[in-house]
Design a protein around this ligand. Sequence first.
Ligand code: HEC
Ligand code: HEC
Ligand code: HEC
Length: 112
Amino acid sequence: MKKIALLMVGIMLVVAVSVAEQNKGAEDMELFGGKQGNIPFPHHIHQKALKDCKICHDVFSQAPGSIEKLKAEGKMRKKQVMNKQCIACHKGKKKAKEKTGPTSCSKCHKKS
Ligand code: HEC
Ligand code: HEC
Ligand code: HEC
């Protein structure tokens, strides 16, 4: 019994610590967009709207610059995240008449 109780406390501690210490990353960021210009990305708005980190982070890791790193290593095509994630989701939500984000080049890419 004592062992089970200790194990339970242990598990609860691990869960509490991992919830408290989850690194949500920057609230807003700017992604590299090549010649078209960089893309301001409201990260926390997406976390709130989508709830699930895995929707994006199954494809690239929770580290700054992970998309460009995968592209440089040839593990990801250019514009893959843009087309398969950003635009695909925004279009789907638009079709479903839900809150959504931009779908045209100049609404995402900002030329400076
Ligand atoms: C709609 C897509 C999307 C969702 C959902 C999302 N992220 Fe991110 N996240 C990104 C992008 C894009 C980057 C930047 C990657 C890069 O720099 O190449 C990023 C980067 C990060 C980073 C590293 C950058 C930094 O500022 O430290 C962390 C940490 C992170 N995300 C945590 C999370 C967590 C935790 C969740 C869920 C609560 C989440 N993200 C949900 C898109 C998303
Ligand atoms: C919803 C936002 C969004 C829209 C709309 C969008 N883009 Fe992008 N674009 C991105 C993101 C994010 C990246 C960086 C990630 C990637 O390469 O997938 C990117 C990357 C790019 C790149 C650079 C790829 C590289 O690695 O050099 C080009 C060029 C580009 N987009 C052109 C366009 C054009 C042209 C349009 C309109 C037809 C467009 N984008 C529409 C978000 C968007
Ligand atoms: C799985 C769905 C999904 C993905 C993937 C996604 N978005 Fe969005 N995006 C949304 C939704 C939903 C909203 C509307 C959020 C709101 O208004 O609360 C939004 C809103 C936005 C906005 C407008 C925010 C504002 O202030 O009105 C921008 C800019 C944007 N997204 C850029 C991007 C870029 C760039 C990517 C890819 C790196 C991306 N999104 C990936 C669902 C998604």
